[in-house]
Design a protein around this ligand. Structure first.
Ligand SMILES: Cc1cc2nc3c(=O)[nH]c(=O)nc-3n(C[C@H](O)[C@H](O)[C@H](O)COP(=O)(O)O)c2cc1C
Ligand SMILES: [Fe+2]
Ligand SMILES: [Fe+2]
Length: 393
């Protein structure tokens, strides 16, 4: 059986999920510099026991062992599903087979989504809705519908006696490090990166969910990835800002350059913006971690895209970056597109096609043939000054 660390995050509430220290990619898209965790929580009442969410494929046996170290899986009464994505729901079938009397508990939408990915025994489904609760004996599980964070069926579970909120992916962070938020110095940048990648496109729904939980007395937030927050205000205050789309006087520059012409153009606007007091973050898409870009998108007020023309369009990496930026729906208000071409051009037009319609005001664009001349760089400085002016207001 070996040794397992099973943190008791509140009285008789155990964290029985797994750390995936060496996972380096999520959704075949997002790099994970610190791995991640799939948190699953066992809540033991005086009469009944419930498991909230499960684990990623490959971690079922570890989950079973951990549950049996603090309880008896065979006697589990409820399996609560906050979210149907396989990183949390893949062990549903496994758990329901090992726990023959356990009921599977989720919303109607949850059942529908779960059926797409997992086998559910019809006779053991208990459908719940907003405000419903389950009495475990001295512990109550109350359900809060919080749809579209980031799938249609997402919900939260709240344990009022111990003031614990289980919001699944919401408030999550991809890291295997630590147990509690205070264990990780860099927790907010990690949570912000996660927010940018996963939650930002659903900012409005996040705002709604925050409103819903404002009235709750919350001492602990136990998400499904990353550490448990003993200081819930720490993350809730950040989410308040992020979901409201509050931006900083910060410009994010993402670019690609094969021979340095576009690089010289974006360097010029970066230096101009810095001179004007704007905080600048610059990423060469050929060597950057897209998660860092997602993190900066959360509160950047302006986005500057630099791309040379390749085969009559944008450089493929810039195309990918631009598509991703648009899909993530960042709150940035201003945009600039710069780039170099050799003969016919085409990158600028393609960037325009992708970026419009969007809420961003395009403050300036410039496409130059070959290396930027002094007069081109002067134009870029002028665009930079205009942008800095707009960003102040
Ligand atoms: C693989 C490749 C394909 C290119 N395709 C085009 C093109 O279709 N149209 C064009 O105007 N320039 C094209 N160019 C020229 C570049 O756009 C030009 O060299 C530009 O100045 C490069 O900017 P950079 O130094 O920022 O990479 C191509 C260059 C390369 C290397
Ligand atoms: Fe998810
Ligand atoms: Fe997840």
């Amino acid at each position: 059986m070996g040794t397992y660390n099973i943190p008791e995050i509140a009285r008789n509430v155990f964290s029985v999920g797994s750390k995936d220290w060496n996972r380096r990619m999520f959704d075949s898209l997002i790099p994970l510099p610190e791995g991640t965790s799939y948190n699953s929580y066992l809540v033991k009442g005086e009469k009944k026991t419930a498991l909230i969410d499960t684990v990623n494929p490959g971690f079922e046996e570890e989950l079973e062992v951990k549950i049996n170290m603090v309880s008896d899986l065979k006697k589990l009464d409820y399996l609560i599903m906050n979210h149907a994505e396989p990183d949390h729901a893949n062990a549903i079938q496994f758990i329901l087979e090992k726990a023959p009397d356990a009921l599977f508990v989720t919303t109607e939408k949850g059942v529908k989504m779960a059926r797409l990915y997992h086998k559910l025994p019809d006779s053991r489904i208990k459908t719940i809705a907003e405000g419903d609760s389950l009495d475990l004996g001295g512990k109550t599980l109350r359900f809060i519908e919080a749809p579209w964070l980031h799938w249609p069926e997402t919900m939260f579970t709240y344990l009022p006696e111990d003031k614990v909120l289980f919001p699944c992916d919401f408030f999550g962070a991809h890291t295997a490090h630590g147990t509690y938020d205070e264990d990780i110095e860099e927790i907010i940048p990690l949570a912000k990166r996660y927010y940018g990648e996963i939650m930002m496109p659903f900012g409005k729904m996040g705002d709604r969910a925050l409103e819903k939980i404002k009235g709750l007395d919350i001492e602990t937030i136990a998400p499904s990835h990353g550490p448990v927050y003993k200081n819930p205000k720490r993350i809730m205050d950040q989410y308040d800002k992020w979901t409201a789309g509050k931006t900083e006087n910060k410009a994010l520059i993402v670019y690609v350059s094969m021979w340095g012409s576009t690089r010289e153009m974006v360097r010029t606007i970066a230096e101009t913006l810095l001179k004007e007091g704007v905080d600048v973050r610059m990423y060469d898409l050929a060597v950057s971690d897209i998660g860092d870009v997602a993190r900066e998108l959360v509160d950047s007020r302006a986005i500057i895209l630099g791309t040379p023309t390749v085969l009559a369009g944008m450089h493929p990496l810039a195309l990918y970056g631009t598509y991703l930026v648009k899909a993530l729906k960042p709150p940035a208000r201003y945009g600039v597109v710069l780039g170099s071409f050799g003969w016919g051009g085409g990158a600028l037009r393609q960037a325009g096609d992708i970026l419009t319609p969007s809420n961003m005001e395009v403050v300036g664009t410039l496409q130059v043939k070959g290396r930027a001349k002094d007069e081109d760089l002067k134009k870029i400085e002028e665009i930079g000054r205009q942008l800095a002016q707009k960003m102040k207001t």
